[in-house]
Design a protein around this ligand. Structure first.
Ligand code: CDV
Length: 321
């Protein structure tokens, strides 16, 4: 039995600050309809796909941004997308800002993605683990990246889900730059990794990286795909949003690390690929046969140490005898 599924990245162009949720949901539904016409089983949408990228603006009271968050999923405004998914038999992954009140009564804010199956049911939820940027007002920047003010880091890690006939995982934007993200999912047998992103071209702490944004985007996702034998779908919200230019270049990457489909615009665009999930085995059972070749006993620093600890300057390390 073949395990080939047709998957799509539903890239979005900019979302204006005053664009309504309903208008954005219309755009998502249009992409989902295109995915159905292309016989897709699944379409993945970007990070924070329902609103403008609001962490670019400082507010003293973060509650002043609460209207950018969802308190329920689906909500009255997003329900039509779920209904269409069920009607057309096309699942989706959707990134959004999540606001909740926990059991102790505390308000929690996460950068979240849900995985929805072909019956329109939520079958997985992921909360962003690596939160980039800064917490405080930094007015020297041409625009800010206050994700660390508006979201907390999730401790839930990288779960995977049996869905769409395979093993599906999710990660969000900055997570894609960290090899641990893919390896955590790889160790659970992931076959399809869905990663939405909002990546401004201008990187204020080191503008020398601006020209390399496209290269770094593909570099990390292609490496993650190959080293873990997984399909990776990278989905951008690209184009110039509220004056900030963001990377597009959404792509679908095979377990070989090769890009098999790539967006050519910076706006709303659907890209499609047929993904043979059994292709993953060619890597998982050969070069990257984890059970045979990994050496976790010599990787202790990876989970026990956070920052870099350099060797002392005056005591050179001895070569083993
Ligand atoms: N949304 C993001 O996580 N953006 C970061 C930028 C700030 C570097 C990224 O890794 O693309």
């Amino acid at each position: 039995m073949t395990r080939t599924i047709t998957i799509a990245a539903g890239q979005l162009g900019p979302i204006a600050k005053d664009e309504s949720r309903s208008a954005v949901v219309e755009r998502l539904m249009d992409l989902l309809s295109q995915a159905a016409e292309a016989n897709c089983e699944l379409v993945a949408f970007p990070e924070l796909a329902l609103t403008t990228f609001f962490p670019r603006w400082f507010t003293e009271d973060i509650g002043g941004h609460d209207h950018y968050y969802e308190t329920e999923m689906p909500s009255a405004e997003t329900q039509p997308l779920f209904d269409l998914a069920k009607e057309l038999g096309v699942g989706f992954a959707l990134g959004y800002a999540e606001l909740l009140t926990d059991d102790s009564g505390a308000t929690r804010r996460f950068n979240t993605t849900v995985l929805v199956d072909q019956q329109g049911e939520i079958v997985g939820k992921f909360r962003k683990v690596h939160i980039p940027g800064h917490e405080s007002d930094e007015p020297w920047r041409p625009f800010q990246h206050l994700e660390r003010r508006y979201f907390e880091e999730s401790d839930a890690g990288f779960a995977v889900h049996r869905a769409f006939g395979g093993i599906v995982g999710m990660a969000t934007c900055n997570d894609r730059r960290w090899p641990e993200t893919y390896r955590e999912m790889g160790l659970q047998g992931v076959e399809l990794s869905l990663i939405g992103y909002n990546t401004p071209i201008h990187y204020a702490p080191d503008p020398g990286q601006n020209a390399l944004q496209g290269f770094h985007n593909h570099l990390c996702m292609q490496a993650g795909a190959y080293q873990n034998g997984t399909w990776v779908v990278g989905i951008a919200k690209g184009g110039t949003e509220e004056g900030v230019e963001s990377l597009a270049q959404s792509c679908i990457i095979a377990p070989s690390g090769q890009i098999v489909a790539q967006a050519v615009t910076t706006g709303d665009e659907l890209i499609v690929a047929k993904a043979d999930l059994d292709w993953c085995k060619q890597y998982k059972e050969t070069l990257f046969d984890f059970a045979r070749y990994r050496r976790p006993e010599v990787y202790q620093r990876i989970t026990t140490q956070k920052g870099v600890i350099e060797p002392p300057i005056d005591s050179p390390t001895e070569a083993p005898a």
